[in-house]
Design a protein around this ligand. Structure first.
Ligand code: SIN
Ligand code: CO
Length: 382
């Protein structure tokens, strides 16, 4: 269990001071930090087909990048390269634990834990991200520089690497194990390993407005909602037929925005859209069918019901009235009396017998938990 020091601030003070505003370096944010995954285990993950990995290196001053899976790293030598894997929290429970201290942020904002291993001189180059990130330094040392969020010229260093031109750093420091950088979107940064080193980036996502709107439109089309035509029975004669007048603009705008006023559709869309995992989930495809009877027999004071790493569970205040929970893009609905039980499933990444016991006395709730276990979304752990 990790405890993170947020510059001696409460989570709310940290959000007010730094979140989406300015970067900060926190020395010894996690005391006595040791890598939750070893470089060898990590390199092993990058051999798997379903895992999103990439190698970045420089050859005669030219940036190079390749996507995994990788079989072998021996040709790379012992400097100037870096191996990065997205969504390591999906595959490694210890790495997933790194998210826990940041659970003061909602599930839908959490992206993943990206891990990198870099040899001396290795890094991905100076760049800007669109997301907030807490970069925790693991074993080894890295030199980090973070610039201001002024205009920065972006340059394509390689087809897979968008860099920024040199920036003057406002943070310029060597990070040691347990040190942590928080970087908001838009601030250029670059980390260069000084020795073999691991770093763990807890990343947070949002969407662009256009992505949200276009996904919402796709959802409405799939649901055959909003198909009624814009009508104008009150039409007046015009003597400027080329003009789309202000009234018409208002009417068309209103027609579009009325779709967003449909809270039932909007919450269904947001629940399913935002609960979708961005990286592959480590779902066990060889699970044996589990029954309600087995659940009752196996779940005891010594057992935890654990949520699969990276699985997103969400609910709404409003949708809670109809007792829905959204898990990995799917909506699960139970009667209103179970809303507190559903809330437990969404708010906790693991649940004890004491927390769930009451809810499991109801066959409907039991059946839902069995469905979620059989889908590979939750599992029992002794
Ligand atoms: C890295 O771990 O090398 C890259 C992390 C980042 O810059 O976002
Ligand atoms: Co970055």
């Amino acid at each position: 269990m990790y405890t993170v020091n947020l510059n001696d601030l409460t989570p709310q003070q940290f959000l007010d001071t730094y979140w989406q505003k300015k970067p900060v370096l926190i020395r010894q944010a996690i005391e006595d930090f040791s890598d939750p995954i070893s470089p060898d285990e990590f390199a092993g993950l990058a051999m798997e087909e379903q895992i999103e990995s990439r190698l970045v290196w420089q050859e005669q001053g030219q940036w190079q990048a390749a996507h995994g899976p990788f079989e072998d790293y021996s040709h790379l030598g012992d400097k100037d390269w870096s191996l990065l894997i997205q969504g390591v929290d999906h595959w490694d429970e210890q790495v997933a634990e790194l998210i826990r201290p940041f659970r003061f942020l909602p599930n839908w904002r959490i992206d993943d834990v990206m891990v990198s291993f870099a040899t001396p001189g290795g890094g991905v180059g100076p760049h800007i991200d669109n997301y907030d990130v807490f970069i925790i330094q693991g074993s080894g040392k890295r030199h980090w520089q973070v610039g201001n969020n002024n205009e920065h010229k972006e340059v394509i260093a390689h087809s897979a690497l968008l860099h920024v031109e040199t920036f003057s750093p406002i943070i310029d420091a060597q990070l040691l194990p347990g040190d942590m950088l928080y970087i908001p979107p838009g601030f250029p940064h670059q980390g260069v390993a000084l020795e073999n080193s691991m770093s763990f980036s807890v990343g947070f996502r949002t969407s662009s407005k256009t992505t949200l709107l276009s996904n919402f439109a796709d959802f409405m089309i799939d649901q055959e909602l909003g198909t009624d035509m814009v009508i104008d029975p009150e039409r007046q004669v015009t003597n400027t037929p080329g003009l789309i007048d202000t009234n018409d603009v208002q009417k068309l705008k209103q027609a579009m925005s009325s779709l967003l006023e449909d809270d039932a559709a909007l919450t269904k869309f947001l629940g399913s859209h935002l609960s979708q995992a961005k990286h592959e989930l480590a779902i066990d495809t060889e699970l044996e069918e589990f029954s309600s009877q087995e659940l009752i027999e196996c779940f005891s004071q010594d057992t935890l019901l654990v949520r699969l790493g990276g699985l997103r569970c969400l609910y709404f205040d409003q949708a809670l009235a109809v007792s829905s929970i959204y898990i990995n893009g799917e909506e699960f609905t139970l009667a209103n009396e179970f809303k507190e039980g559903l809330r437990l499933l969404a708010d906790n990444s693991e649940l004890s017998y004491t927390q769930l016991n009451h809810w499991l006395t109801f066959p409907e709730f039991q059946a839902l938990v069995v469905t979620l276990i059989n889908a590979g979304y939750f599992y029992l752990q002794d």
